[in-house]
Design a protein around this ligand. Structure first.
Ligand code: FES
Length: 109
């Protein structure tokens, strides 16, 4: 019943936005929206979940597949693999630009 109250829904959204902004350094609204978009439609995996797994050390598509089961749906990653690989590439480039090291990976392949 409380979930239908517009004030509470707004507060939850703002809370999630601030939480994400604090954790990821996200600055634009578009980046926040991308965190909630489903990238792997078959498995209902959002961009934020994928980004979290990448930051925790899954730095290849196969590592992500094992960690969060993206690309294991009916389409066999035909729809999501290009988007996920672009996300991986962007992350690696941002690491290079900032001079940071990649997190130690659990399952990089
Ligand atoms: S969209 Fe990811 S497996 Fe189909």
């Amino acid at each position: 019943m409380l979930g239908n109250c517009p004030d509470i829904r707004y507060s939850v959204r703002v809370g999630i936005f601030l939480k994400l902004k604090g954790k990821t350094g996200l600055s634009t609204q578009k980046q926040v929206i991308n965190n909630f978009k489903k990238v792997c439609i078959c498995r209902s995996v959002t961009g934020g979940t994928i980004m979290k797994a990448i930051r925790e050390g899954s730095l290849s598509f196969e590592a992500l597949r094992r960690a969060i089961r993206v690309g294991t749906g009916n389409c066999k990653a035909k729809r999501c693999r290009p988007k996920i690989e672009a996300q991986l590439l962007a992350y690696k480039e941002s690491l290079e630009q900032s001079g940071k090291k990649a997190p130690s990976s659990k399952a990089n392949v």
